[in-house]
Design a protein around this ligand. Structure first.
Ligand SMILES: *Cc1c(COP(=O)(O)O)cnc(C)c1O
Length: 413
């Protein structure tokens, strides 16, 4: 390490000490919450056993869902390897809980890219909500955050479902903290108490002390290859919330009449349980890594969002790197510090649904997992890289300093 880098590293760690202390408190709280549920439901080694066929009365699946519901303060949960991704779990909720003529409201501006295809505001998927006759409204952001007046103005008698996205996603806006989610839900319910409030919890689990259902949400969903899988779940997604709503989602996932009673898994359920056990700690590693990246790149003079020194409600850090060259150096460094595919060289390439070439760096144990370190961004001004994940803080330190080193060296040329 050069002297400059060594100084940056020490200063960053020093400045972040208070926020790291608070993050430790949150992780301790959430670990206790998870462990209490494991104890209450008497998890035992036989619950890890694989199952096959229809999966009637599968003890592993049932125990996982009981524990999950408890941890998230929900009446019921669907936690399934059959969800192919977070988008699949989220789409299941949207499809299950809307009928033709209903209105879906997105409460915090435009939703995540893949959700736009599900809703039918981008792309041309045959069974989007739009094609099935569901109307869509969006409460616009005010600056970089939500607008309670716009939300109140958008909710009416026809609003049956309200989508509240906790994470910033790839937008230039703030992630929602528990108090924000609580305020949005209160505003919706004040206008229409029957409107179902649905929180997209991707990247949010265990970053704070409270989860969406505890804040008044009716239903929430997310991915198992982000925070809640603790880096161990090999695939899958979850939905949890009010029992009647979760049941409708189960009927949508399997078949009308079948619901949650079926579904086997021929590998062990152990990684899902162990992943949930690890999730509060792993999420802390990731948010510490995010803070470290934020602090280091601020010191290098780049615009970073969110700024360092604060608690997080999601895992994403946006770093404006000012040039395509810097973006490539950043991606190359991150890739070379990955445990898998460290010899690959990321280059910008076209992606379906995007107008600009996308640059991605990821060398993960679980394909596409973003609780593991990864970064991506569209190659266009201001050349923003979105960084997320890290299973260990040490990995984040090495990858971030590796990227800083390359960019500093280029500057001195
Ligand atoms: C990741 C993410 C999704 C979709 O999850 P995939 O598992 O990538 O399909 C949806 N919403 C938000 C906010 C996300 O971060």
């Amino acid at each position: 390490m050069t002297d400059t880098l060594e100084t940056i590293y020490r200063e960053a760690l020093d400045e972040l000490r208070p926020v790291f202390h608070d993050m430790e408190g949150i992780s301790l709280y959430n670990t206790e919450k998870v462990l209490k549920a494991f104890r209450k439901h008497a998890l035992s080694a036989f619950h890890f056993a694989p199952s096959n066929g229809y999966g009637y009365g599968d003890p592993g699946r049932e125990k996982l869902e009981e524990i999950w519901a408890d941890v998230f303060g929900a009446e019921a949960a669907l936690v399934r390897p059959q969800f192919v991704s977070g988008t699949h779990a989220l789409a299941t909720v949207l499809l299950a809980l809307t009928d033709p003529g209903d209105t879906l409201l997105s409460a915090v501006g435009a939703p995540y890219d893949t959700m736009q295809s599900v809703i039918g505001i981008s792309g041309d998927a045959p069974h989007s909500l739009a094609k099935r006759g569901v109307l869509y409204k969006e409460a616009p952001l005010r600056g970089d955050t939500y607008d309670l007046d716009a939300i109140r103005g958008a909710v009416d008698e026809k609003t049956s479902l309200v989508l509240i996205q906790r994470s910033r996603g790839y937008m230039d806006r703030k992630a929602l903290f528990p108090e924000d989610i609580r305020a949005i839900i209160a505003a919706v319910k004040e206008k229409n108490p029957r409107a179902v409030c649905f929180v997209d919890n991707c990247y949010g689990e265990f970053t704070c002390r409270e989860e969406p259902i505890e804040l008044g949400a009716d239903i929430t969903a997310g991915s198992l290859i982000k925070n809640a899988g603790g880096g161990m779940a090999p695939t899958g997604g979850y939905i949890c919330g009010r029992a009647d709503l979760v049941d409708r989602c189960a009927q949508e996932l399997t078949a009308p009449g079948l619901g949650a009673e079926m579904g086997s898994y021929a590998a062990s359920y152990r990684p899902f349980f162990q992943g949930l056990f690890m999730a509060p700690h792993i999420t802390r590693q990731a948010v510490m890594g995010a803070e470290f990246a934020s602090a280091v790149f601020t010191k290098l003079g780049f615009r970073v969002s969110p700024e360092p020194g604060h608690l997080r409600s999601d895992l994403i850090t946006a770093i404006e790197l000012d040039s395509e060259k810097n973006m490539c150096l950043f991606a190359e460094a991150l890739q070379s510090w990955s445990p898998v595919d460290s010899n690959a060289r990321p280059v910008p390439g076209p992606m379906p649904g995007y107008t600009d070439p996308i640059l991605m760096a990821a060398g993960t144990f679980v394909q596409g997992s973003t609780i593991e370190i990864s970064a991506d961004g569209p190659v266009r001004p201001p050349y923003t890289m979105y960084l997320q994940g890290s299973l260990t803080f040490e990995h984040a330190v090495l990858a971030v300093l590796g990227a800083a080193e390359k960019i500093l060296a280029e500057r001195q040329k």
